[in-house]
Structure formats: structure tokens, C-alpha cells
Ligand binder design. Structure first.
Ligand code: PEP
Ligand code: MG
Length: 587
């Protein structure tokens, strides 16, 4: 039966594929793809765990006290029967060999399919056997964990796909595009799937500028978040269409719907090809104003793709992704130094803006850290507050960045500053990091210093920031969150998350004007920079530097090429001063 689920459009494009529903069972396992040459050993791993559980249950039966209730023995028989079911073993083998799922993933996928069959049974006794099956699978999973140690994706997990929207399944797997459906995905999960096989993402929770959505956009993969109940309504292997432009998910589409969306998908690809011709065109407005279009990146290896996408530098390297999901084993100075150098080298001499660690809120260092670890995570210990609370870790990062700066143009950016005391402490830590390098006789470079303006308090006192810093970068994602008191990751209030709110525009405009008046560089690096409906407005307000997902650059460049800033100026100020800017922009 065809049906649609509505969510938030967070990453444009159309994806059509079969659903891979993860982590909807109560058993949380890691999902990753194996290499084709690992199929046999992975099947063997599943088989060994199953055999070990069979032995364990048999032993339990043998050692059962004489006075134990008879039902217990019968129950163990049921579990043994389930374990020895050849259909179960066969299905698991298929998920491993055809889809290249790791054994745990194969097992939980099959569990979900069988659970559904149990749910549909009329006989109550049989229906209740689902719980037995779950227990058996859980036992196998526990065994795998014990026997195989912590489950992590192999470092050599195949880099299956480049960062284009044209996703292909892993070599050796069936040629069906796959779309990932999950209740929630942490940014670290998303990175794990980066360059892998998924043609699209659907999550039940999340807002437009949640970090999960941001990573999906940076991967240029169609995604819908906040599609409530998606992970319950969509079943394993269902055909699904993701319309990342409209925020709609269509499940089990009819042939005619499929045909319509395949057509739209092809149109999207043609548009991309057309835009690709602008890659080497300088970003100049019609009245000759030069505009800098920069890339936001999450990984040091993202540089070359950013250059290919037409970026003239990196405006925001979110370094926290180097630190996440490492179970507290944070990268040391050498490892970070190598990562920052890789980012510089990848940008072929163009400037790279490195932002110091911004963890906390919806970017926990580890999955183990519960979401509600802090009472109010977005207002708690995150970004610069986190770094200043752990100065040794902060200086390790600063030393690594300073050393990398000897090899290229680095701009150093600090997130979420609000107080003068924070600015002073930050700069003191930087001086200390330089002294530590001097004491070691190490070579390091000079960096321009920048502050992110992402708290209203910072925007309102921007002039004092300009005394300390060489440049500013407006983080509109957080600026909107904190101005409007809307948790950017909460889909329940996503409709109130409004970049066009007059209060937000006024803050953005004032920061741009103040920086321009003092002849200091100012950039917008939040999602607003890549939002085509905002390009002309920002140009009119005097912005000349935009940093965004590489995938957006050429579309924004097209807007720049069509703009006349002389004419936009008075219009932009009228928009900003109006009660309903969105209406004036025709949105
Ligand atoms: C922002 O807040 O706009 C920003 C660019 O930083 P992040 O999205 O990483 O919080
Ligand atoms: Mg931010």
C-alpha cells in the first residue's frame, strides 16, 4: 500500500531505493559494510556464535536441576529449534553475501522481518514466540560481542562511493540503491556512512540545522528528517522515494509515482550538470563585486572535493568530527597536526579556516554520553566553554593548528564566544600554546584570528569583538537557535526556526555592517549562506564571503552572477526593516 510521510526537507534531491531500517529493534548494534572477500569469514562468525549459543543451551538443559519446572525445559527446546532453523541461517547468509552487511546487522535485519511475520499471526501462542526469537538473537549478539570484542567498522571498510548524489551499492552487492531509515542518527553515525552506499537518509527526529542534517547536506545526499514514526512505519526492504526538496517520503510507490519521481531525479541531475559549467567562472556580481564562496568541511579529506565543487577556500572546518566516537581516546597533537596539514594540502594553497572544537549539545563526544546528560545541553558546556574547561586539551589542539600553519594559510576560528573574559582566556591559551612550542623549539606559523558570532550577546557587542579579532564568522544556525529560543535539533519546534525572523536579520545585518565599517572580514558560515533564497538579501546587506556545503556553491554562484549589489542594497534594508521579510522575499 502506497503512503506518504512528511518531514523536513534538509538535503535536496530525489532518492529511490530499498529501505534499510536500522536500530529500530531494542538491540543496538553497529552497522557497517564488509568487503566482498570478507563474506565467508563473516558468515562463519555468525555461524560460530550461533553454535556457541546452541552448546550453551544444551549445557543448561543437561545441568538443569531435577525439580526445575517442566516448562523451562520446553522453552529451551523452543529456543534450540529456533536456533537450528535452516531458514533463519539461510536468510542471514543472504544479507551478508548479497548486501555485504556485517553479521550483527544481518541478524537484526532478519529478526525484524520475522518479528513482523509473528505479529501478523492469528494464533496468540505463536505470536508470543516472537519474544523467544528476540531472546535467541540477543544471545547470539552477546556472544559475538564477547567473542569478537567491541564491534567497530574495519579501518579498511570499503570506500564505496564518491561524494556525488549518484550512489552505487558496494562492489559485489546486489545493484539496488539503499536508503537508510533510522529513529535518529548521530553525526558520528552519519560520518560512518559517509562515502558508503546510501542513496538517501530518513530519520524520525531532527531539525533542519541539526548536525545530522548538516552532515547529510555535506554528503549531498537527499535526506528528510523529523519524519515521525518513519522507522516504525517503513519496513525492512520496502521501496521508498525520498523527496529531499519537499520533505516527503513515499513508501511502496505505485509504478506511475515511481515513473514521475525517476523523471524528477533525472531533471535534478541535468541541473547539476548545467551548474557544473560555472565551476571556473569567477564569482562576480553584475556590478563587478567580488564574492568569496568557501566550503564547510567536516573531515581533513574533504578538501579536494571542495576544490572540485568550486570553493576558493575553506570557511569552516568543523574539527569536532575528528574527536567524536573515539570512546574518550582523543586525538593527540601529532594526529591532529597531520589532519590539519592534510586539510591544507587538499586545498592547494587556498586559505583554510579551522574552528576549534565545538562539541556538546547535539554533538556528543561519545554515543555513550546520554542526550540529556546536561539539563539543557544547548545552553550548557559546549564549544569554547568546553575547551576552556579543559585547557590542556584545548592547547593540544592550538599547538597542532599553529604547527600546521607553517605549511599554508590558516585562519583560526573560535566558536560560541560571548563574554570578554572568554575572549581574554582564549587568547591567553593561544599565547601559552605558542610559548610551549617555542620551549620545544618547534616551527609554527602565523594565523589570522576570528570569532564566531552565534550568540545574540556577541552580535549585540560585536564592536568589542572587532577589537580583538581579525575576522568574524556568523554562525547563523546557532544565532537563530539562541535568538528565537528554538532547539535546532528539535523537530517539534522546527516550524518556529525562522532564518527570516526580523530579529535574526537585524543581528546579521548589524554584524556585517560593523565589520565592513572597520574594514574587517566577515563571513556567514551557517546554513543561511547556502540558502539560495537568502543570497540576494545577504549581498544587499553587504556580505561578500559565504561558506557552505560544497554541494551548494555553484547554485549560490549562479545567484551571485545574476545580482546587482547596487540595486539590492536599499531593497535589502527594506526587507530587514519590514514586519514580514519572508513575504517580501516571496517565500
Ligand atoms: C552555526 O552555528 O551556524 C555554525 C556554522 O556552527 P555549527 O553548525 O557547527 O554549530
Ligand atoms: Mg554553531
Amino acid at each position: 500500500m502506497t503512503f506518504a510521510i512528511h518531514g523536513l526537507a534538509v538535503s535536496r534531491g530525489i532518492a529511490i531505493g530499498r529501505a534499510v531500517v536500522v536500530a529500530s529493534s531494542r538491540m543496538e548494534v553497529v552497522h557497517y559494510f564488509i568487503r566482498p572477500d570478507q563474506v565467508e569469514s563473516e558468515i562463519q562468525r555468525a555461524r560460530s556464535a550461533r553454535n556457541a549459543v546452541i552448546d550453551e543451551l544444551r549445557r543448561l538443559q543437561e545441568e538443569m536441576p531435577k525439580d526445575a519446572p517442566g516448562e523451562l525445559d520446553a522453552l529451551l527446546d523452543v529456543h534450540l529449534l529456533l536456533l537450528q532453523d535452516s531458514a533463519l541461517a539461510e536468510a542471514i547468509r543472504n544479507w551478508i553475501s548479497e548486501r555485504l552487511y556485517n553479521a550483527e546487522w544481518a541478524l537484526t535485519t532478519q529478526l525484524e522481518i520475522i518479528s513482523r511475520q509473528f505479529d501478523e499471526m492469528d494464533d496468540e501462542y505463536l505470536r508470543e514466540r516472537k519474544a523467544d526469537l528476540e531472546q535467541v538473537v540477543e544471545r547470539i549478539l552477546r556472544h559475538m560481542k564477547g567473542a569478537a570484542g567491541p564491534i567497530t567498522p574495519p579501518a579498511s571498510a570499503p570506500a564505496l562511493v564518491g561524494g556525488s548524489a549518484q550512489q552505487v551499492p558496494p562492489e559485489g552487492a546486489a545493484e539496488t540503491p539503499l536508503v537508510l531509515v533510522a529513529q535518529d542518527l548521530s553525526p558520528a553515525d552519519m560520518l560512518q556512512f559517509k562515502s558508503k552506499v546510501f542513496a538517501g537518509f530518513i530519520t524520525a527526529v531532527g531539525g533542519k540545522t541539526s548536525h545530522t542534517a548538516i552532515v547529510a547536506r555535506s554528503m549531498d545526499i537527499p535526506a528528510v528528517v523529523g519524519a515521525r514514526a518513519a522507522s516504525q512505519l517503513i519496513r525492512q526492504d520496502d521501496w521508498v522515494i525520498i523527496d529531499g526538496n519537499e520533505g516527503v517520503v513515499i513508501v511502496d510507490p505505485t509504478p506511475i509515482i515511481l515513473e514521475e519521481y525517476s523523471y524528477r531525479q533525472r531533471q535534478g541531475e541535468l541541473e547539476r550538470e548545467r551548474l557544473a559549467r560555472l565551476r571556473y567562472t569567477p564569482a562576480l556580481t553584475m556590478d563587478g563585486q567580488k564574492v568569496e564562496l568557501l566550503a564547510n568541511i567536516e573531515q581533513p579529506t574533504d578538501g579536494p572535493a571542495a576544490v572540485r565543487a568550486g570553493a576558493v577556500g575553506v570557511g569552516l572546518f568543523r574539527t569536532e568530527f575528528l574527536f567524536m566516537g573515539r570512546s574518550g581516546n582523543l586525538p593527540g597533537e601529532e594526529e591532529q597536526y597531520r589532519a590539519y596539514r592534510e586539510a591544507i594540502d587538499g586545498m592547494q594553497g587556498m586559505p583554510v579556516t579551522i574552528r576549534t572544537l565545538d562539541v556538546g549539545a547535539d554533538k556528543p563526544l561519545d554515543k555513550a554520553q546520554p542526550k540529556d546528560y546536561y539539563l539543557n545541553p544547548a545552553l550548557g558546556l559546549r564549544a569554547i566553554r568546553w575547551s576552556l574547561a579543559d585547557p590542556a586539551m584545548f592547547r593540544t589542539q592550538l599547538r597542532a593548528i599553529l604547527r600546521a600553519a607553517a605549511h599554508g594559510q590558516i585562519k583560526l576560528l573560535f566558536p560560541m564566544l560571548a563574554h570578554r573574559s572568554e575572549i581574554e582566556q582564549t587568547l591567553a591559551q593561544l599565547r601559552q600554546a605558542q610559548q610551549e612550542l617555542d620551549a620545544r623549539g618547534m616551527v609554527y606559523g602565523t594565523v589570522k584570528l576570528g570569532a564566531m558570532i552565534e550568540i545574540p550577546a556577541a552580535a549585540l557587542t560585536v564592536r568589542s569583538f572587532l577589537k580583538y579579532f581579525d575576522f568574524l564568522s556568523i554562525g547563523t544556525n546557532d544565532l537563530i537557535q539562541y535568538t528565537l529560543a528554538i532547539d535546532r535539533a528539535d523537530e517539534a519546534v522546527a516550524h518556529l526556526y525562522d532564518p527570516m525572523h526580523p530579529a535574526v536579520l537585524r543581528l546579521v545585518a548589524e554584524v556585517i555592517a560593523a565589520a565592513n565599517a572597520m574594514g574587517k572580514e566577515v563571513c556567514v558560515c551557517g546554513e543561511m549562506a547556502g540558502d539560495l533564497s537568502m543570497t540576494r538579501l545577504l549581498l544587499g546587506l553587504g556580505l561578500r564571503s559565504f561558506s557552505m556545503h560544497p554541494a551548494q556553491i555553484l547554485a549560490v554562484k549562479q545567484e551571485v552572477l545574476r545580482a546587482d549589489t547596487g540595486r539590492l542594497q536599499s531593497w535589502a534594508h527594506a526587507v530587514m526593516d519590514s514586519d514580514s521579510p519572508a513575504e517580501m522575499l516571496g517565500i
